[in-house]
Design a protein. Structure first.
Length: 184
């Protein structure tokens, strides 16, 4: 989730979301002086196992894209679409922060590998903030599938990964302090 509370609302320039209506991601854009920072919250669907077949976000996305004639995996479409957006924002000189449930390893997964390449060059901001790799994300798994990435120039402070089941949902809550990126 993304929210702006208090004085930060004075610099929110735009709010937006994935144009498909599938809820793949949403964002807020902060503008101060000559600096623009886009904060994105995203969910990359995973292929369902045999126990959840028929009731998943993956299948909802597959139906949507199949009706449009695209038979690729929803995760492939997601990654291509999100990377295209991030590249366009970075080409405009924006800072980008991406908080997400990637449903794949945030260090070695396909998305993480693409985020690390030119011209995006995004890194795991949580790792820097907590001084070690992020812990397993989901309460029933061992994988590191959730984190907060950032483009070069994003300045972080402290961060924390809460214990499982601390907040809403079945993933760890992650909190990251981001310094004001405002240039006048």
């Amino acid at each position: 989730a993304i929210s702006g509370v208090g004085r930060i609302c004075d610099v929110i320039q735009e709010v937006g979301s994935d144009k498909t209506g599938l809820g793949r991601w949403s964002w807020i854009t902060l503008q101060g002086g000559t600096t623009t920072t886009r904060i994105i919250s995203a969910y990359l669907p995973r292929r369902p196992n045999r126990h959840s077949k028929g009731r998943t976000v993956w299948e909802q996305h597959a139906r949507y894209f199949q009706r449009k004639g695209d038979m690729r995996y929803p995760s492939t479409i997601f990654i291509e679409d999100l990377l295209r957006l991030i590249r366009s924002w970075i080409s405009l000189g924006e800072h980008v922060i991406l908080a997400m449930d990637a449903n794949q390893d945030v260090y070695s997964g396909k998305l993480a590998q693409q985020l690390a390449t030119e011209p995006i060059n995004m890194k795991c901001l949580m790792e820097k903030a907590i001084g070690e790799e992020v812990p397993n994300s989901h309460f029933s798994g061992k994988g590191q599938i959730s984190t907060i990435f950032g483009s070069p120039g994003v300045v972080t402070g402290n961060g924390m990964c809460y214990p499982h089941l601390y907040g809403v949902g079945d993933h760890r809550v992650m909190v990251l302090e981001i310094a004001a990126l405002i240039a006048f």
